[in-house]
Design a protein around this ligand. Structure first.
Ligand SMILES: Nc1ncnc2c1ncn2[C@@H]1O[C@H](COP(=O)(O)OP(=O)(O)OP(=O)(O)O)[C@@H](O)[C@H]1O
Ligand SMILES: [Mg+2]
Length: 227
């Protein structure tokens, strides 16, 4: 599904050069559910952003399906991004001025899914996550757990084969966290490939494989640090 070879990302500011990802090799096969763990600052979000085509690596190869990302034109990248990857963020990233329905419908609108089909898909997915009775609410009128479920709905409405989740339960209590994890687990069982970053060992236990990151490199076991 995806494969990185000697992937590196260096952030340069005037005073500082940070090697956030350091010659990283990672292969994720279709149907896997990967949990990435590691201390704060080890490069988890940087890696996820690159895998989700939201950021470019400094060097190395990243293959998405059968395409080398660095060789893709901007148009090809946009197509991959829009149709290929669903992204779930720690802080939900819903648009406050849009209703639940409109938030979930937005990616479908970008994909130019016709209005009737859009309505059908949004209703289906809201029902699935148990939020259909709140379709006309605004994000601020929902609990954190409900907001994150809407964010999951938005990420899955266009049926992506690949979902990236950056600490999807980071802002949730354990009950709401479990609901989101159960939902991700279900999607994986239906064939969706998932790469999730988490600080929680319980959440990581849902995954079929755990990957540990330290200083931008993959290591054999979890190295925990006091933050
Ligand atoms: N835009 C940026 N400019 C400069 N440095 C950055 C930038 N983004 C990230 N970094 C640095 O790269 C390193 C990795 O950051 P990253 O956000 O990937 O860590 P993380 O593992 O997700 O941490 P956390 O668990 O706290 O979310 C950090 O040292 C960070 O300061
Ligand atoms: Mg992070």
């Amino acid at each position: 599904m995806i494969k990185t070879e000697n992937l590196s990302k260096v952030f340069k500011t005037t005073e500082l050069e940070t090697s956030a990802i350091d010659n990283l090799n990672l292969e994720v096969n279709a149907g896997e559910f990967i949990a990435i763990m590691g201390p704060s600052g080890c490069g988890k979000s940087t890696l996820l952003n690159i895998l989700g085509l939201l950021d470019n690596p400094t060097s190395g190869s990243y293959r998405f399906g059968n395409q080398e990302v660095s060789k893709c034109s901007e148009k090809q990248l946009t197509t991959l991004r829009k149709g290929g990857v669903g992204f779930i963020f720690q802080n939900f990233n819903l648009i406050d001025e849009l209703t639940v329905f409109e938030n979930v419908a937005l990616p479908l609108e970008y994909l130019k899914v016709p209005k009737n089909e859009r309505k059908k898909r949004v209703e289906e997915v809201l029902k699935r996550i148990g939020i259909d009775h709140r379709a006309d609410h605004f994000p601020r009128q929902l609990s954190g757990g409900q907001q994150q479920r809407v964010a999951v709905a938005r990420a899955i409405a266009f049926k992506p084969k690949f979902i990236l989740a950056d600490e999807p339960t980071g802002n949730l209590d354990s009950k709401n966290g479990k609901e989101v994890m159960d939902l991700l687990s279900e999607l994986n069982k239906e064939g969706t490939t998932i790469v999730m970053v988490t600080h929680s060992k319980r959440d990581a236990s849902y995954a079929s494989r755990n990957v540990f990151l330290y200083d931008g490199k993959i290591v054999d076991k979890l190295i925990e640090e006091e933050v």
